[in-house]
Design a protein around this ligand. Structure first.
Ligand SMILES: [Zn+2]
Length: 50
């Protein structure tokens, strides 16, 4: 992946996946259960990308 911050083609670590809608349940077990946002962090500059 190419980092949007530093431009290096580094590996990026999947930092977390969180549900942004709906918010009735924190469970991530149901892939059809809402809209998810995955955030990644660059291994080079440690900036979080989406
Ligand atoms: Zn970077």
């Amino acid at each position: 992946m190419i980092c949007a911050h530093c431009g290096y083609g580094t590996t990026q670590t999947s930092r977390n996946v969180r549900r942004i809608a709906p918010k009735y349940d924190d469970s991530l077990n149901d892939p059809k259960g809402g809209v998810f946002e995955k955030t990644w962090s660059c291994d080079y500059c440690d900036q979080v990308t989406r």
